[in-house]
Design a protein around this ligand. Sequence first.
Ligand code: ZN
Length: 72
Amino acid sequence: MTNHPNPAPDETVDPTLCPLCGQPNGCALTEGRPIEACWCVQATVPEDVLKRIPPERRLKACVCPSCASGGQ
Ligand SMILES: [Zn+2]
């Protein structure tokens, strides 16, 4: 395994934008609403879609409803 010393925070990751298409992901948290109100609570994102998200962005930004449903 390779350890990268002091990895710089990736400030290019915007948590309000979909990492796949760059459109607003509509996450409730980004709008100041509770997570229970977010569409993603009820949505199931296909494994195939998750695999297309760059690993460094996976825990930083949600995909948008369009990408989550498998669309482009
Ligand atoms: Zn998207």
